[in-house]
Write a protein that binds this ligand. Structure first.
Ligand code: ARG
Length: 461
């Protein structure tokens, strides 16, 4: 019967137009099992406060488990008249436990404190799935880096050749932001584990129910301090949505490099056949669709958090029905990453690198000019002059169609008497890379340490 949770003061049921607008079972059914967990915990609190005797508690729990099994098998589904998952499950409980027992469960709780709790339980469960996939991606990036210890590629700023770097250093540079996302998830989970259950509609319960008991029954760390805040706040949902969007942004930045590296002009990578797609008209095409979908879906993840923040802005306390709009964006962000990450991880794990092509391009574009300037500084030339001399050498080479290591001893001396033949020692990409031994630098010795640290950090998650 429509409006089954609140029919008493109404002479008529809801109009079909309202019922259609109000209905959320088509998406909040995802929360059914968490709703049952919440109900079982609430029954324990009712028992502790003397509103259910021990036999009633056992019968209530049994009926709720039957209901859970019936939801899982599809034997119990939402009816046309059910407004949301909570009202549907109360109907299911009364059908299974009878109105005398089933009708007792709602005492001292509201859908407002229920829903605020259930979305936390949902997020915490999926946080562990997403965390596992992110740990796997960091391991895959570390593995690819370790598999190419000496490979050197052009490092870029402004997408222009800047300085040569190790491929391993570049790959690890994509791993560290994901480690920070893992840290964000861990920090967030401390806040997510606080329980709103027991706050009631907004003001708390008069029945002597213990919110701490409900929290511990649910495996949460404790009850929230303020019943109004408990039912009204969704910052913990928004924060999770932000972290998922940030993960998407990080994937999109790696995706963009893979898309570029996979072009004929770069030729740095080859995608495995099973992680790339073809064209319906051009037989030769092999496209980086996973990377493109990651780039595209990052926009969707940003849209979800943006929409949620817009819903929350200026919303008065405590519960307002607007808050029902928190669920679809967060469910969508979770679903998006849980589908994207397995494909993305497979693409990275099976990527092959053309390290010869990278090494060929690495010294081009005068990317060793900084090494010339720093060599001059080590010879006692002040940096302003060294920068100027190195720039003049670049100009000489550009005008004469030479690379930096190609001028003769006489030509070097003509650019500047400080440019002795020994400068050629730093004019190799290996010399350049391995001179950058400062902390966090691209020298092989530093990158080897870095990769060990990266692996070590994964133990935290
Ligand atoms: N379905 C609602 C939500 O998802 C919870 C129900 C609260 N409804 C109400 N009228 N207080 O937020």
């Amino acid at each position: 019967e429509a409006g089954a949770l609140w029919g008493g003061r109404f002479a008529s049921g809801p109009s079909p137009e309202l019922a259609r607008l109000s209905k959320s079972t088509q998406f909040d059914w995802t929360l059914a099992s968490y709703d049952i967990d919440g109900s079982k915990a609430h029954a324990v609190a009712l028992n502790a406060a003397g509103y259910l005797d021990n036999d009633e508690l056992v019968a209530m729990h049994a009926a709720l488990e039957t209901l859970r099994a019936d939801v899982a098998s599809g034997a119990f589904v939402a009816a046309e008249s059910d407004e949301d998952v909570h009202s549907a499950l109360e109907r299911g409980l009364v059908e299974r436990a009878g109105a005398n027992l089933g009708g007792k469960l709602r005492a001292g709780r509201s859908r407002n404190d229920q829903i605020a709790t259930l979305v936390r339980l949902y997020m915490l469960e999926h946080e562990s799935v997403i965390r596992g996939l992110l740990v796997q991606l960091v391991e895959i990036l570390a593995g690819q880096a370790e598999a190419h210890p000496g490979a050197i590629m052009p490092g870029r700023t402004h997408l222009q050749h800047a300085q040569p770097v190790l491929l391993a250093h570049q790959l690890a540079a994509h791993a560290w932001p994901l480690v920070r996302d893992l840290e964000r998830l861990r920090d967030w989970s401390v806040r997510a584990k606080r329980s709103p259950y027991g706050a009631g509609a907004l003001a708390g319960s008069s029945l002597g129910l213990d919110p701490e008991l409900v929290a511990s029954e649910l495996g949460l760390s404790g009850a929230l301090e303020n019943s109004i805040d408990a039912t009204a706040a969704r910052d913990v949902v928004a924060e999770f949505g932000f972290i998922l969007a940030q993960v998407g942004i990080n994937l999109s930045r790696l995706s963009e490099e893979i898309i570029v590296w996979n072009t004929r002009e770069f030729g740095f990578v080859r995608l495995h056949d099973s992680f790339s797609t073809g064209s319906s008209i051009m037989p030769q095409k092999k496209n980086p669709d996973i990377a493109e979908l990651a780039r595209g879906k990052s926009g969707r993840l940003i849209g979800n958090i943006t929409g949620l923040l817009a819903t929350l802005k200026a919303l008065p306390l405590a519960y307002n029905r607007d808050l029902q709009e928190d669920k679809e964006p967060i469910f969508d962000s979770v679903d998006t990453l849980e589908v994207l990450l397995p494909a993305f991880n497979g693409m990275i794990a099976t990527l092959t690198f053309n390290t010869e092509r990278m090494a060929e391009l690495a010294p081009q574009g005068f990317s060793l000019a900084t090494d010339v300037a720093e060599w001059l500084v080590k010879q006692g030339v002040i940096f302003r002059d060294a920068h100027e001399i190195s720039g003049e050498l670049v100009r000489f080479c550009e005008e004469n169609g030479l690379e930096l290591h190609e001028p003769t001893d006489e030509q070097l001396a003509a650019v500047s008497p400080h440019l002795l033949p020994a400068v050629r020692e730093v004019l190799t990409i290996e010399g350049s890379v391995n001179s950058r031994v400062g902390a966090g630098g691209t020298a092989t010795v530093r990158v080897t340490e870095q990769l060990a640290n990266l692996r070590g950090r994964l133990a935290d998650f």
